[in-house]
Design a protein around this ligand. Structure first.
Ligand code: NDP
Length: 291
């Protein structure tokens, strides 16, 4: 029987845990963790993401500081806002919604965030700390994936893990987290030869490409655990549907466990952003952080 890894239910448990922690903090310290979001421009998808992040922040009892800036905002103005938020004691996490308009250098903006407040885990200091096994802020999507894998397996030690996709926000940090959990990690990308062979050897397959249903079930090792990060919109029977990078129907006949799309990795990403904001608060106050 294939296990369906229910990211939606896992994310709800995580948010409930965060709410309890925040309530405890509020009653003992009289303050709450705060997350500032910065949205530049009018990208409709980004507006939805930021609205959801802010809504869920408030639902867990944390403070949300929303900064919505017009598309003509200059890089200097964004940097000035980040400097203010870095210095603001009520703000423990800062999230800049990507992509930014073309005239703004995203790397420069991300690297202006105080690393301790970089709840997306994209600052070069956090990337370096993750790579060298130091205590970092971890990027939310890979953090959600590794939480689900640890919950499913207990120990990941010795597993053959294949990560397909090598972006800075998903693929690379995912591989680092699997390596830190003692997996034997292979990374695949556009130029990988014999992707099918690599898939067939993987006990854990993490797909982070953005190509609808590119992996058929018969490429998957029987009993393997499949984490599908991909979110792809396809037209089927006159309606728009979300599908992953794995062909869920055929893969779920072969895999031992699999995340659905939607309802797998997606819900975990925002829950992990809230988790990181709580972690940042605990580190700032030198109190035990959530595990
Ligand atoms: P990017 O476009 O930044 O990276 C895609 C990666 O896939 C690249 O490394 C690319 O390789 C690789 N790739 C492309 N084609 C192939 C191929 N034919 N075979 C093997 N590898 C290939 O994407 P992201 O990492 O940002 O996102 C990946 C997917 O995850 C998207 O569908 C995105 O929507 C989704 N996503 C979901 C999130 C969630 O919360 N669930 C969060 C973030 C992303 P190369 O480097 O060689 O070009």
């Amino acid at each position: 029987m294939t296990v369906l890894i229910d990211g939606k239910a896992f994310a709800k448990r995580l948010r409930d845990f965060i709410s309890l922690q925040v309530a405890d903090i509020k009653s003992s310290l009289g303050v709450v963790p705060g997350l500032a979001t910065i949205l530049v421009g009018e990208d409709p998808a980004s507006e939805v993401y930021v609205r959801n992040k802010s809504k869920q922040t408030i639902e867990t009892g944390m403070a949300s500081f929303k900064h919505t800036l017009g598309s003509a905002t200059s890089e200097a103005e964004v940097l000035k806002l980040i400097a203010q938020l870095n210095a603001d004691d009520r703000v423990h996490g800062i999230l800049v919604q990507l992509p930014l308009p073309r005239h703004i250098n995203a790397e420069k903006v991300i690297n202006a965030i105080e690393p301790a407040k970089d709840v997306d885990g994209f600052h070069v200091s956090n990337v370096g700390m993750l790579g060298t096994g130091q205590k970092a802020m971890l990027p939310c999507t890979p953090l959600g994936c590794i939480m689900m894998l640890r919950d499913h397996f207990g120990s990941l030690s010795g597993k053959n893990a294949l990560v397909v996709g090598r972006s800075n926000i998903v693929g690379k940090p995912m591989a680092q987290l699997l390596l830190a959990d003692d997996c034997t990690v292979t990374m695949a990308h556009r130029y990988t030869e014999d992707l099918e062979g690599h898939c067939r050897r993987a006990d854990i397959l993490v797909m982070a490409v953005g190509r609808p249903e590119m992996i058929p079930g018969d490429w998957i090792k029987p009993g393997a655990t499949v984490i599908d990060v991909g979110i792809n919109r396809v037209e089927r029977d006159g309606t728009t549907k979300l599908v992953g990078d794995v062909d869920f129907k055929s893969a779920s006949l072969v895999a031992g466990a699999i995340t659905p799309v939607p309802g797998g990795v997606g819900p975990m990403t925002i829950a992990c952003l809230l988790f990181n904001t709580l972690t940042a608060f605990c580190r700032a106050k030198s109190i035990p952080e959530p595990e």
